[in-house]
Design a protein around this ligand. Structure first.
Ligand code: SF4
Length: 392
């Protein structure tokens, strides 16, 4: 990609990102760090040839999925790119592919295993690629909360709704308790359906998506939402608060989208005249309120593709995607909403060395890092996913 013809400006390095990227200077936050950017490429150039050869050797037996937040060095080998749900469905639509190599994070690979056939094996190139948001809702904690609702006599009227970004365990819990999975594209439809089934919604694990959808799309007040903190006794809520709430929001969030602040929005409006601020609904409520548009990853891509030449955008989502969109549209001024870099560190665990290793292992007849979901959990998770697919 030609950086010279683009209006893209790389956000400033934070100390952590400096270590990841190996260039720039940040003496204020990390004493002594000053790297002029002359380091060799992080990946051995031979790895491109090795990945190409291993993929060719596997042919139709392998299907590589690449999430939008993945690095370019990985995305170039993806047979299809997309958000987590689109990728899981793409995998299910390729029953002839024996191996699904999922360049994304753990919960996504689990969803792919749930939706694919018994003859297919899902591989995550680095098992450390988890999701901090999904990890914020652990089955034991959620079951404790549910027991509390049962003791209060409200469980029969509470419908659990979980965001796609949750573990298979949580999706299974939701399916077992007659709830539904949602994505950031269909959260309103899922909540409409849930409120037809009961009086209250228990929303997992992303408080921001739950709150933003309930308040901005469904007309609820902020006071209709309460925050259930699994680390406090009784979730930190009184029985009255739990009984009166329309939305019981789990105290989880995305560490990437949670970084954008109202100050980022103010600052970019001063810096870029006429800019339109476009953010993901995993951002905080005040940020979403201050933005001009809010939408899922696929929405963001469509909006930027359709934007007129010369228009200016500040985008609040993961940096790999924003950079890729900016470089694909040099006729538009696309900038990152924050002044400093903001990668999903767990997504970035998948790099070219891990992808090469996974593909070469498969060529050698070994299946590395297979992700499997037990049959019982998968059965109920499928119930909640099927309910999502049946949403009107
Ligand atoms: S961007 Fe946020 S929600 Fe997505 S994988 Fe990373 S931590 Fe999880």
């Amino acid at each position: 990609m030609d950086l010279v013809t683009s209006t893209w400006t790389e956000p400033a390095n934070t100390a952590t990102a400096l270590l990841l990227l190996g260039r720039g200077t940040d003496p204020a936050s990390e004493r002594g760090v000053d790297c002029p950017g002359d380091l060799p490429a992080p990946s051995d150039p031979d790895l491109v040839a090795r990945a190409t050869a291993a993929k060719a050797a596997l042919g139709e037996r392998v299907f590589v999925l690449g999430h939008h937040y993945q690095r370019d060095e990985v995305i170039q080998f993806a047979d299809v790119t997309g958000d987590s749900f689109k990728l899981a469905r793409e995998a299910a639509a390729r029953p002839d592919a024996e191996f699904i190599v999922f360049c994304g994070v753990h919960f996504m690979a689990e969803s792919a295993d749930i939706l694919t056939g018994p003859g297919q094996q899902v591989i995550l190139p680095d098992l450390a690629a988890g999701c901090s948001m999904a990890d914020m809702a652990v089955l034991g904690q959620v079951e404790t909360a549910w027991e509390q609702f049962t003791d209060l006599g409200i469980a029969d009227d509470v419908v659990p709704v979980t965001y796609m970004n949750s573990s298979a365990d949580i999706k299974g819990f939701v399916g077992r308790n007659n709830g539904v999975v949602c994505t950031s594209s269909n959260a309103k439809r899922a909540l409409d359906w849930a409120f037809e089934q009961g009086q209250q919604v228990f929303f997992l694990p992303d408080q921001h998506l739950g709150r933003n959808t309930a308040v901005l799309e469904m007309g609820f007040d902020l006071d209709d939402c309460v925050l259930y903190d699994p680390h406090k006794p009784h979730g930190g809520l009184t029985p009255e608060q739990l009984r009166d709430a329309k939305m019981i929001l789990w105290r989880g969030h995305c560490s990437v989208h949670g970084r954008f602040t109202i100050d980022s929005v103010r600052e970019v409006r001063e810096r870029v005249p006429g800019v339109r601020v476009l953010v993901h609904p995993e951002c905080r409520h005040d940020v979403v309120r201050a933005a001009d548009e809010v939408g899922s990853t696929e929405y963001i891509i469509r909006a930027l593709d359709a934007a007129p030449a010369g228009s200016a955008w500040a985008v609040g989502t993961e940096l790999n995607l924003v950079r890729r969109m900016a470089l694909a549209h040099p006729d538009k001024h696309i900038t990152f909403l924050d002044r400093t870099v903001c990668y999903c560190s767990t997504m970035n665990r998948i790099d070219l060395p891990h992808l090469v290793w996974a593909l070469e292992e498969l060529v050698a007849g070994r299946v590395p890092n297979r992700i499997t979901v037990d049959e019982d959990t998968a059965k109920y998770a499928r119930v909640a996913l099927d309910q999502m697919l049946a949403l009107p």
